[in-house]
Design a protein around this ligand. Structure first.
Ligand code: AMP
Ligand code: GLY
Length: 419
């Protein structure tokens, strides 16, 4: 098969690495790709991932059999619909389905209508009404902007004052903030369950746990994710069965009842509260960094599974898993998630690989042949080992040989699971 991969982050590097292991792969292209993805795919940088028409033309001209869409923006932007219209198969959901991530209000209303467990909520387009509701409910309480706000549209307010200020701040998210969701605070432990689906059959992947805050001890600002590990023991067999029966199946069925066949990866961000999983959010794509720990544990042929999702032939397929543990530590630019420097030379990647790490590039580029930083999250260092303790020890031995100026990373990835 000829494959076109859309995206260029750590998630897409992990996807490219895994897809490249498929005996069914003939040739892979990536738009835009990255210095890491270049090892597996021909990277094409002069086409924008927002330009559906140009992407369809490219896929047609290269006789692409499957387009794999990594990030949410092109899904929300209807890339899969455009590819479908042109008769090109793709792994990813349609624009209608992508609302499950693109609009928090769509997702919350869907869950309420079909009894999928999630926090209670109200939607407001009026600041005063939102504030009155918050005063009634009290803190802690959660204030969210509708729409994609690059992970920054959520404020978990511990006090009433914080919550009221948050409502005013939502205006700064532009159109994303014109509607405000106020929801019940859920107390528990978070986990991410990603599932492959063709709209009928659902195959959940091993559960992972992300680390969203910038600093150790879950302090500091929210980021795209500073590290992850899998499997996450908080999702034991019992919880895992509940996730499938009470969340994944009803959600895919709910979408179907609304006229939407969901194909691709459905990401359920969960809060496990007193032994019951509840949905924090859905994403319409693989998680990042979760993908960087889940795929190294998958023994099945990912390309084969993706093609089955796209074709509606997932029924009868099974997943096979390694019994190891995987840990990923994100090496970030100093200052991230706020402003940070770019173009800083990166050393030690080859050394880390020789120690047994998988290095997934998130924000790097080549400058005169030298690898330099080009994003907030720069590299994901992933290792697998027979157990989590060994994986954690080894991942930090590998991370410690990599260097760029102002580099920072969390030292406590997976610590919760070790206690
Ligand atoms: P979201 O973008 O909706 O995933 O929210 C970002 C983060 O805010 C989540 O990963 C949680 O840590 C936190 N969060 C969101 N909603 C809630 C909630 N209702 N209760 C507690 N924490 C929440
Ligand atoms: N790791 C969080 C996300 O992918 O949205």
């Amino acid at each position: 098969m000829n494959v076109l991969l859309i995206g260029g982050g750590g998630r897409e590097h992990a996807l490219a690495w895994k897809i490249s292991q498929s005996p069914r792969l003939e040739k892979m292209f990536a738009i835009p790709g990255s210095p890491g993805i270049k090892d597996f795919a021909e990277c094409v940088e002069n086409i924008s991932i927002d330009d559906n028409a140009a992407l369809v033309d490219f896929a047609t001209s290269k006789k692409i059999d499957l387009v794999v869409v990594g990030p949410e923006a092109p899904l929300v932007n209807g890339l899969v619909d455009a590819l479908n219209d042109a008769g090109i198969k793709s792994f990813g959901c349609t624009r209608d389905a992508a609302q499950i991530e693109g609009s928090k209000i769509f997702a919350k209303r869907l869950m309420k209508k079909y009894n999928v467990p999630t926090a209670e909520f109200e939607v407001f387009d009026n600041v005063d009404a939102a504030k009155n509701y918050i005063r009634q409910k009290g803190a802690p309480i959660v204030v969210k902007a509708d729409g994609l706000a690059a992970g920054k549209g959520v404020i978990v307010a511990q006090t009433l004052d914080e919550a009221l200020t948050a409502v005013d701040e939502m205006k700064t998210f532009g159109t994303a903030g014109s509607k405000i969701v106020v929801e019940e605070f859920m107390d528990g432990e978070e986990a991410s369950v990603l599932a492959l689906t063709d709209g009928e059959t659902i195959l959940p992947l091993v559960a992972a746990q992300d680390h969203k805050r910038a600093l150790d001890g879950d302090k500091g600002l929210n980021t795209g994710g500073m590290g992850a590990y899998a499997p996450a023991p908080v999702v034991d067999e019992k919880i895992s069965a509940l996730v499938t029966e009470k969340i994944l199946k009803p959600t895919i069925a709910a979408l179907k009842a609304e006229g939407i066949t969901y194909r691709g990866c459905l990401y359920a961000g969960l809060m496990i509260c007193d032994g019951q999983p509840k949905v924090v959010e859905f994403n319409c794509r693989f998680g990042d960094p979760e993908t960087q720990v889940v795929l190294p544990l998958l023994e099945s042929d990912l390309l084969d599974l993706m093609e089955a999702c796209a074709s509606g032939t997932l029924s009868g397929k099974e997943l096979s898993w390694s019994d190891q543990s995987a840990v990923c530590v994100i090496l970030a630019s100093g200052g991230y998630p706020k402003a940070y420097k770019k173009n800083l030379p990166i050393d030690g990647v080859t050394k880390a690989k020789s120690l047994g790490a998988l290095i997934f590039h998130a924000g790097t580029k080549l400058s005169d042949g030298e690898l330099v930083t080009s994003g907030g999250r720069v590299l994901g260092v992933t290792v697998t080992a027979p157990n989590l303790r060994e994986a954690v020890d080894k991942v930090y031995r590998c991370a410690d040989v990599i260097h760029f100026d102002d580099m920072h990373f969390r030292r406590d990835i997976a610590a919760k699971a070790l206690h």
